[in-house]
Design a binder for this molecule. Sequence first.
Ligand code: CP
Length: 321
Amino acid sequence: MKHLLGVENLTREQAERLLDRAESFAEVGRRDIKKVPTLRGRTIVSLFYESSTRTSSSFELAAKRLSADVVSIKAAGSAVDKGESLKDTIATLTAYDPAAIIIRAPQAGAAHLVAGWTDASVINAGDGKHEHPSQALLDVFTLRRRLGSLEGTRIWIVGDVLHSRVARSCLMAFGLMGAHVTLCGPPTLIPRGIAEATGANVTYDLDGLAEADVVYALRMQHERMSESFVPSLREYAARYQIDSRRLGPRQLLMHPGPVNRGVELAPEVIDSSQSLITEQVESGLVVRMAILYELLTGSDRARPKGGPMSADAPPRIGQPA
Ligand code: CP
């Protein structure tokens, strides 16, 4: 596997290998010295054309914990402000011979384009409404740790499915791992034909929510809404907000963040013991370490030549940097 462009291209075997690798990095994270030399001497570029807290910080920290050199660029304040195109920006950054480019962009398909313009591995950190594969993998990892397996688990994804790349990637990833997915939201925020295209159940109200083992709430994506999709946020919250009356005591709660408190989630459930939101953030770090590791040194990737101190030496997860 050279790139991670979407869950769409992943096999279950590849996903499970990544998650197993993430488990080994979780062990590294419990040590006093949390750094390993695996990617020493490799350069990783992180290029974000959209705002991010979790994805950008965890990819940067993941790369640093693997001892890579990291160049982080936000569109604001970069030459993008001066009108430089994505292609020219990639050509510029490729001159540093990076091993990987992590990209978030508002255009669906941006990461695919970048993969055609560089020899580096490309990681899609979110492309418009299309995909956010590392988010889906960290969500599967979080659930696998809690439940052992997703096989047969009933997961409800609730909210703004239409604008959500997280929903698209999670729907595919949860299905890949054997879960049964139900999509729930206002008809205006559920893509037409998605049930037929994906095999997911679709419902427009929360009446059957009690059957869910996991409730995955989505953020209302105001920034992607050019028109009004719900009468008001107050009305949306009245019909779809997950609160302590709607979340049963055995159900787990997830959200990719950032949360609109009081819109898709009531404050009391965000901070409840059923909430996995903090665990999702923790998982993000080790899963992204695993992604970088697999793409840059993985067994099905041609490795660069090098001596015993190079990155193609046997995995040295067990040794601190
Ligand atoms: N879930 C997620 O992508 O969060 P950020 O926008 O903070 O990266």
